[in-house]
Design a protein around this ligand. Structure first.
Ligand code: C2E
Ligand code: MG
Ligand code: MG
Ligand code: MG
Length: 288
């Protein structure tokens, strides 16, 4: 009986797995088509200087406007792209689009672009970035590439070599989602990052859990000692803003500063005299 039950469960999981494999395959096919058909969209989220609230840059966050499934968030299709050899064309498209958009802004604000670990392990990456900077006319110091520490796991030497070549171009390198991986500190030791982004899982617990508060404070201290500016992700409340400001956090990013939105929604921020960053109006529909 036990054996039969086991087999039943196996059949059940087998069916579920077959379905999810089929589902992923069809998503991969759609994505391949979608990239060439122009279904990807770059949303932009502002980053504000903590001291005075002035917007100092934007992070490019890709979305997929699927013809029948609607707007798909990146965490639902980036892994599909990575598994199906589509991350290179996808990543190149986002990079080119974000740099071209930023080059046209009136104010020379910074633009941050996320890199997948697979992109960082591609030896052709620095050449691609160089070519995109030249063809879009964006000056290298305005581009910031965000990587997570898992990007250094696959081929450590190659990833480090790529990071050094990118830095030599004048591009800035930020460590994203700091604190969520298994070797955040050793990653910090191995490369001179230009920025540390504290993961939102810590930021959201400021004042809710004593330990999160202590960890955020410690990361800010670490950044100060290493002379690396620290950004807090996922800032949603005035209470968090006050705390982060009082602890000398350099920059803030989160719904309390501004939600990610399509290019046209950020015109006000990129004009020569931007309106100060404001907490979102709760009565207003969010940008996404
Ligand atoms: P990330 O780079 O850590 O980006 C921050 C994520 O937090 C974004 O989610 C953003 O919308 C969300 N967020 C920002 N402020 C708040 C807040 O106050 N509260 C909460 N709860 N969330 C906030 P999104 O856009 O869904 O992106 C998720 C992840 O997908 C990104 O995390 C990044 O790792 C990846 N990603 C996005 N675009 C790209 C891309 O072009 N290439 C690659 N390789 N990865 C990307
Ligand atoms: Mg990021
Ligand atoms: Mg992040
Ligand atoms: Mg994060």
């Amino acid at each position: 009986r036990a054996k039969e039950g086991g087999r039943g469960i196996y059949r059940f999981f087998k069916r579920e797995m077959d379905e999810s494999i089929r589902e992923r395959r069809s998503l991969a096919r759609d994505l391949k088509q979608g990239i060439t058909d122009g279904e990807l969209v770059v949303y932009y989220q502002p980053l504000a200087r903590a001291a005075d609230g002035e917007v100092c840059g934007f992070e490019a966050l890709v979305r997929w406007q699927h013809p029948t499934r609607g707007m798909i968030p990146p965490l639902d299709f980036i892994p599909v792209a990575e598994e199906n050899g589509l991350i290179a064309p996808l990543g190149e498209w986002v990079l080119r689009q974000a740099c071209a958009d930023a080059a046209a802004w009136e104010k020379p604000l910074r633009i941050a672009v996320n890199l997948s670990p697979l992109q960082l392990n591609n030896p052709a990456l620095p050449t691609l970035v160089h070519e995109v900077l030249i063809s879009t006319g964006l000056s290298p110091h305005r581009l910031e590439l965000e990587i997570t520490e898992s990007a250094l796991f696959k081929d450590y030497q190659r990833a480090l070599d790529n990071l050094r070549r990118l830095k030599a171009l004048g591009v800035r390198i930020a460590m994203d989602d700091f604190g969520t991986g298994f070797s955040s500190l050793s990653t910090l030791q191995s490369f001179p990052f230009d920025k540390i982004k504290i993961d939102k899982s810590f930021v959201e617990n400021i004042h809710r859990h004593d330990r999160a508060t202590v960890i955020v404070r410690a990361v800010l201290g670490l950044g100060r000692s290493l002379e690396i500016p620290v950004v807090a992700e996922g800032v949603e409340t005035q209470e968090q803003i006050n705390f982060l400001r009082s602890e000398d956090c350099a920059e803030l990013q989160g719904y309390a500063i501004g939600r990610p939105g399509p290019l046209h929604t950020l015109e006000a921020w990129t004009r020569a005299n931007p309106a100060p960053a404001q907490a979102p109006d709760q009565t207003q529909a969010p940008a996404e």
